[in-house]
Ligand binder design. Structure first.
Ligand SMILES: [Fe+2]
Length: 231
């Protein structure tokens, strides 16, 4: 006979994060396309810090101008498609309503040389923010997320709940999260550079061009939502 009072503590309202490590073939295509752009940035010496940030902040491909998108400027079709595919998968797993479509709002490459880090920040009202680790030795600075429910740490009830979650960087892995989530990147204490691609995604309801694979994934979301009764 089951005990009706077994689960006395309910942990409500989890924050969804999506993470996926690319497999061999997709990894090679994404890395090859990014390598061309990274080589160009080194060649033209166009990495630069955002002038409003502290001197130990990461270097960026577009000097912190988040209106311009490196994925648009450099026309990286493979990388764009890979990001949108994983956003759609994140949306499918989260049972997002099928009238929402992901669009890249901004994107930039980040160069973290030894001694640099990223202060704690969020990405404002962006629906999905993300990172793809292009080059990392795995020890050059963890990505640290803070619990979105900040009140927990100020109250003895719930004070033991996790205040932060750490991800060690891993070459070929993508991580997606809701843009409101506070995060930072620890100092690169190794002697090697880390390079990552960051991006902001908005979910819009207008018409847009999609690939056959994306159309297929949207169809899957619609089918799943139909089966589960999500309108
Ligand atoms: Fe960020």
């Amino acid at each position: 006979m089951s005990n009706q009072n077994e689960d006395r503590i309910l942990s409500l309202f989890p924050t969804p994060l999506y993470t996926y490590k690319l497999e061999a073939e997709a990894y090679a295509s994404v890395q090859n396309e990014l390598q061309i752009v990274v080589d160009k940035l080194y060649l033209n010496n166009t990495w630069a810090q955002n002038p409003n940030w502290s001197s130990n902040s990461q270097l960026l491909s577009n000097k912190g101008n988040f209106v311009e998108s490196i994925l648009k400027i450099e026309d990286m079709e493979v990388v764009k498609s890979f990001i949108l595919d994983h956003c759609l998968e994140f949306m499918r797993l989260q049972e997002v309503k099928p009238n929402y479509k992901p669009a890249i709002e901004s994107s930039w490459l980040t160069l973290t040389t030894p001694g640099l880090s990223s202060h704690i920040h969020d990405h404002g009202s962006t629906h999905i923010s993300g990172v793809y680790w292009f080059k990392t030795n795995g020890q050059d600075g963890d990505l640290v997320f803070r619990n979105a429910f900040k009140a927990l740490k100020c109250n003895p009830i719930g004070a033991d709940a996790a205040n932060e979650a750490r991800f060690s960087p891993e070459q070929g892995r993508i991580v997606l999260w809701p843009g409101y989530l506070d995060h930072s990147v620890n100092e690169n204490k190794t002697s090697e550079d880390r390079i990552s691609l960051s991006f902001n995604i908005i979910l819009e309801t207008g018409e847009f061009e999609i690939s056959d694979m994306q159309a297929f994934m949207i169809e899957q979301i619609q089918k799943q939502n139909f089966q589960t009764g999500v309108a």
